[in-house]
Ligand binder design. Structure first.
Ligand SMILES: [Zn+2]
Ligand SMILES: [Zn+2]
Length: 550
């Protein structure tokens, strides 16, 4: 048994959720000034004046940059609103490493991806009602074999055909039927092969998205034609630092090429490998490469799907059926966001020009039409904050490298399960990008002693073997007999602070859900190398305004 546990240590990706979103919103009259005082960008004086008058809601002058409590559904991003949710990074036993580690055959993997809809599940976790996944991308390592398996079919999930491409450095290719090799063909250099592979993906209508660019398998390649970046792979885990300087320098000198966005991302992304990936994306935006964010669980085994969950907004006619190609068009349109779980934070962000024209999240905005009014609605993140971040478009330095200069335009408290407000944005004439991040409270209740110890163990940053450190900290919480024999899984024995076996996975090395507070620990936000009292809730794609030209 012990040997088996050690076998899974290096690869176990843990993560899960259970954020209650079904509670009705408070009426929009009750504003917490205390919470607002913590925010530096808010006019508390103006707010106190407006709340003390006893005037009706319409008479109150709401200062800009305050989010007011709002009525309305807290599950805002649903298919009938054009938003589809799913997991874009998912392995089955067609991946050699998943097979070796005790992963799941395609049919079971798909059943696990749809486990959030099981009646036994929803009965125990009612917050999941209406929050199951709509799509799953099957992305096995360097193979599309699973896509022709008769089991590659589902009555509910939209299946996106894909593969995880690459050797040194990984990327997901979505929307392909045939494997695209990463090994040089003919007299191609390795870097030429990658550029050509991206073109081959484009030629068949596919999308090429760089995965976990700084987790050790670093994307050192110079590939300006990529379509998207996975900024959130598995747990946000600010305690896992990702690549080391030696790995990065070794990769660059060995390959003889250097990605112009990676060195800055390595140096400034001080708060985990996903933070480095976020900075890698900022550097692309800074160069004017307007590509969206994606996320994925990178599940090989043990964890459920959708941790994190990616949302894609699609434009479609009312009666039009959504297919995987509609979803890929949504990614190309740039309207995506990543949330920590199927029931995590959600954001609606829209930009309105001075003439009233509205632009949806991820749009490229015309120059000369600002100042812009940003309409912001946030749900399922009560007690958290939303940060609106912008950065200028900049030229590269003398060595051809890009360095983003992100800046907080506004940081606003989220005082209830659904809040709404506006923020004015005047982009620089030389061009700017802007996006939003939601931070949810770290824990909602006092943890028991063994969990306090887990938090302690995950309060320092780990370099290359951070994943192992995380797995070692979590293994004592797993029910090993059930893990080895899931037939013993009994939902009546689920405990609020213990990983809960999921009946959808009937095979040894079962699948476990981590209750909400445990999951928040694994998505903890670090800042400047230290743990904060926040959990990563959601990350949106960006608006981009080009420079004004004469
Ligand atoms: Zn990978
Ligand atoms: Zn993967």
């Amino acid at each position: 048994m012990q040997r088996l546990v050690f076998l899974i240590l290096p690869i176990v990706w843990m993560g899960s959720s259970g954020c209650p979103d079904s509670a009705p919103s408070e009426p929009p009259t009750d504003i917490s000034v205390d919470a607002l005082e913590d925010s530096t960008d808010t006019s508390v004086d103006a707010l106190e004046d407006s709340t003390d008058t006893g005037e009706t809601e319409e008479d109150i002058t709401v200062p800009s940059e305050v989010l007011m409590n709002e009525e309305g559904p807290t599950n805002m991003l649903k298919p009938d609103e054009g938003w589809y949710r799913g997991d874009l990074h998912y392995h089955t036993n067609y991946s050699g490493d998943a097979l070796d580690q005790g992963g799941d055959d395609l049919a079971i993997a798909l059943a696990i991806a749809d486990a959030w809809r099981e009646p036994v599940w929803v009965e125990a976790h009612p917050e999941y009602a209406g929050n199951s996944l709509d799509f799953i991308a099957v992305t096995d390592h360097r193979t599309t074999e699973g896509l022709t398996d008769p089991a590659f079919v589902h009555d509910h999930l939209i299946l996106i055909p894909g593969e995880e491409f690459g050797g040194a450095g990984h990327a997901n290719i979505f929307g392909i039927a045939d494997h695209i090799p990463h090994e040089p063909q003919g007299d191609e250099s390795q870097n030429d092969r990658l550029i050509d592979a991206i073109e081959e993906a484009h030629n068949v209508g596919g999308i090429f998205s760089v995965n976990h660019p700084l987790d050790g398998g670093n994307w050192i390649w110079d590939t300006p034609n990529i379509d998207a970046i996975e900024v959130w792979n598995g747990p946000w885990a600010g305690f896992i630092l990702g690549t080391t300087a030696e790995e990065l320098e070794g990769g660059i000198s060995g390959a003889g090429v250097e990605n112009p966005f990676i060195r800055d991302a390595f140096e400034k992304g001080t708060d985990g490998h996903n933070h480095k990936a976020l900075r890698f994306w900022y550097n692309h935006l800074t160069a004017g490469l307007h590509i969206p964010v994606l996320g994925g669980s990178d599940r090989h085994m043990i964890i459920p799907a959708g941790l994190p969950t990616t949302y894609i907004e699609v434009q479609k006619e009312a009666d039009e059926e959504v297919s995987w190609s509609t979803l890929l068009q949504g990614i190309q349109d740039g309207a995506t966001q990543v949330s920590r779980s199927p029931v995590g934070a959600q954001v609606l962000l829209q930009a309105t020009a001075t003439d009233g024209e509205e632009f949806s999240l991820g749009s490229s905005l015309p120059a000369n039409r600002g100042p812009w009014t940003l309409n912001i609605t946030v749900s399922r993140a009560a007690g958290g904050i939303i940060r609106i971040i912008r950065g200028p478009l900049l030229p590269p330095d003398a060595d051809g490298r890009f360095h983003a200069e992100p800046d907080v335009l506004a940081e606003l408290p989220i005082t209830s399960d659904r809040v709404h407000g506006t923020v004015e944005w005047t982009p620089s004439p030389s061009g700017e990008w802007l996006h939003a991040m939601v931070f949810e409270p770290f824990l909602e209740e006092e943890p028991p002693e063994e969990i306090a110890q887990l938090i302690e163990e995950l309060s320092i940053q780990f370099t290359a073997d951070g994943l192992v450190a995380m797995a070692e900290a979590l293994i004592p919480l797993l029910d090993i007999p059930v893990m080895l024999n899931p037939a013993q899984c009994d939902p009546a024995l689920w405990e609020p602070w213990k990983p809960q076996c999921m009946p959808a996975d009937p095979f040894p090395l079962a699948t476990f859900y981590l209750p909400d507070n445990l999951e928040r620990i694994l998505h903890r936000v670090f800042e400047d190398g230290s743990p904060t009292e926040w959990t990563m809730g959601a990350i949106t794609s960006a608006f981009l305004v080009p420079a004004i030209t004469d």
